[in-house]
Design a protein around this ligand. Structure first.
Ligand code: KIV
Length: 263
């Protein structure tokens, strides 16, 4: 059985950290699930990581649904959260319809939306419809251009207060957890102590209730992408290059296939 949002919320009470990673396909989602990750997030980062877009903005409902279905087929124990793409929750009716599709057709257990103040009605309607919501404040990639690009948010008091206000509002509306992206560790700590639901940090220091990273970043899949907050647990980029180059050389030199590899 999959984890419930209540189980995720209870982790905060028990002071247990929540572990979150992104996945967009069946085999990696299965590995994450079998390794005991609590939440598998089908992030709209799929646009930049897998689909070659320059930002998350072009990602469509159709694309997120496609990846959410693949992840859902693999996950048995973790909670599956699907990102609502840019333009999919502009008004209440649209937000409800699309959140419903991610749950019903995609097999997700919850949805994630960026922001709160401007989309309060949509979040309220989704929660009222019985769909669990993960919030996302601080650096919000879908509105990064308005925020001055991909940079730390909440360094000055006015910005920090606005981020805190959004987190508190999400908590009151009933979000089951909140992603804090690229905010100073001190602010993340303050928010974490203030809200009842677990906070999940990415570039937000060590005091949040859980952590999330984009899987391909922590696996070193793209050697040119290296934000300060990413810890590399592997260098897959190098490994794949080495394997592909060895394969090619083996074919060219006649070493592959061997007799044993032939019928
Ligand atoms: O899209 C995504 O992968 C995300 C995480 C970085 C939190 O929103």
């Amino acid at each position: 059985m999959r984890l419930t949002v209540k189980a995720i919320r209870d982790k905060k009470k028990k002071r247990e950290k929540v572990t979150v990673l992104t996945a967009y396909d069946f085999p990696t989602a299965r590995i994450l699930d079998e390794e005991g990750v609590d939440i598998v997030l089908v992030g709209d980062s799929v646009g930049m990581v897998l689909l070659g877009y320059e930002s998350t903005l072009p990602v469509t409902m159709r694309e997120i649904l496609h990846h959410t279905k693949a992840v859902s087929r693999a996950v048995r124990h973790a909670l599956v959260v699907a990102d609502m793409p840019f333009g999919s929750y502009g008004h209440t009716e649209q937000a409800l319809r699309n959140a419903g599709r991610l749950i019903r057709e995609g097999g997700a257990d919850a949805v994630k939306l960026e922001g709160c103040v401007k989309i309060q009605k949509q979040i309220q309607a989704i929660i009222d419809a019985g769909i669990s919501v993960m919030g996302h404040v601080g650096m919000k990639p879908q509105t990064a251009t308005l925020l001055g690009g991909y940079r730390v948010q909440g360094k000055d008091k006015a910005q920090a207060d606005a981020i805190l206000e959004e987190a508190v509002m999400l908590d009151r509306l009933g979000a089951f957890s909140i992603v804090l992206e690229c905010v100073p560790a001190v602010l993340a700590d303050k928010i974490t102590r203030k809200v009842k639901c677990p906070t999940i940090g990415i570039g937000a220091g060590s005091k949040t209730d859980g952590q999330v990273l984009v899987l391909q970043d922590m696996l070193g899949f793209q050697s040119n992408v290296r934000p300060k907050f990413v810890r590399r647990y592997a260098s897959l980029d190098k490994e794949i290059r080495k394997a592909v180059s060895n394969y090619r050389e083996d074919i060219l030199s006649g070493r592959f296939p061997s007799k044993e590899e032939s019928y």
